[in-house]
Design a protein around this ligand. Structure first.
Ligand SMILES: Nc1ncnc2c1ncn2[C@@H]1O[C@H](COP(=O)(O)OP(=O)(O)OP(=O)(O)O)[C@@H](O)[C@H]1O
Length: 252
């Protein structure tokens, strides 16, 4: 039976801890993201952002509670059809360095169940949009950091997913690539794609995100539209809000 839900992400009363590590654990965590939102998850180093994204994408399994993507429960119906609902652009590069962009997209496209014809069409589209056309057959290991980030993004979106998780998608890139990636994410969102994004680049985040959640020590300490939070805390930027809510101490 088809599952319909107005929510892209629905996390209810979720608990998780890493065995043997008490630094960060989630307990009774609730988080909802509506379909079509541009949602930003922010917090200091070690706050639990990557862990939460790993739980939402099924790389980690919650100890308790529910995590639903578009109405499908992760961990319970975790199979190839659930995996097709979302794309994941991880912080660490996820491609094969010794392959070219075309070969990587062929591999990951096939892994997502796309036909050869669709892979070819999407490869041509994505390499053009992301400025990689001229290097389509060159080994990725020889690319600059910005080019590698664009390859990482292309792989995450090749199957046109309804939700895209982006864990620091512009870290280490120049201004040109940063703008190109953010513009492309806006275009995808205009087409209805839900974006779940995390970054430490808060001015860039302000440009992209409508809805934000601040997380610290595994707890969501604020969540609302960016506009409302800035108004409520009387802050002029996400950076000021962030420092106000998470303090100025170093994190390990
Ligand atoms: N595989 C693991 N096993 C045990 N502990 C882990 C593991 N991965 C992460 N942690 C711990 O969980 C906590 C949260 O880490 P996480 O990477 O989720 O934070 P983050 O908010 O994404 O940080 P950053 O901004 O530095 O990327 C940290 O204390 C980290 O050491």
């Amino acid at each position: 039976m088809a599952v319909t839900s107005p929510l892209a992400i629905d996390i209810e009363n979720m608990g998780f801890h890493y065995p043997g590590n008490a630094d960060v654990s989630f307990s009774g965590l609730n988080l909802q993201v509506k379909k079509g939102e541009r949602f930003g998850l922010f917090g200091p180093n070690g706050a639990g952002k990557t862990t939460l994204i790993s739980l939402m994408t099924g790389l980690l399994t919650a100890d308790s509670g529910h995590i639903k993507l578009l109405g499908h429960e992760m961990g319970k119906q975790n199979n190839s059809s659930t995996n097709k609902l979302f794309g994941f652009v991880p912080q660490d590069f996820s491609f094969y360095q010794e392959l070219s962009p075309v070969e990587n997209l062929e591999f990951f496209g096939a892994w997502s169940g796309l036909s050869k014809q669709t892979i070819k069409r999407r490869t041509d589209e994505l390499l053009t949009i992301l400025g990689l056309e001229e290097v389509r057959n060159k080994q990725v290991q020889k690319f600059s950091g910005g080019m590698k980030r664009r390859v990482n993004l292309a792989i995450g979106v090749i199957h046109n997913p309804e939700i895209i998780f982006l864990d620091e998608p512009t870290v280490g890139v120049d201004v040109q690539t940063g703008h190109a990636i953010i513009n492309y994410l806006h275009e995808l969102n205009k087409g209805g794609t839900t974006l779940i994004y995390t970054s430490h680049q808060l001015s860039e985040a302000e440009e992209l995100c409508q809805q934000v959640a601040l997380i610290d020590g595994g707890k969501i300490i604020a969540q609302d539209s960016l506009h409302k939070l800035l108004h409520e805390y009387k802050k002029e930027s996400l950076e000021h809000l962030f420092l106000n809510l998470t303090g100025k101490d170093y994190r390990n």
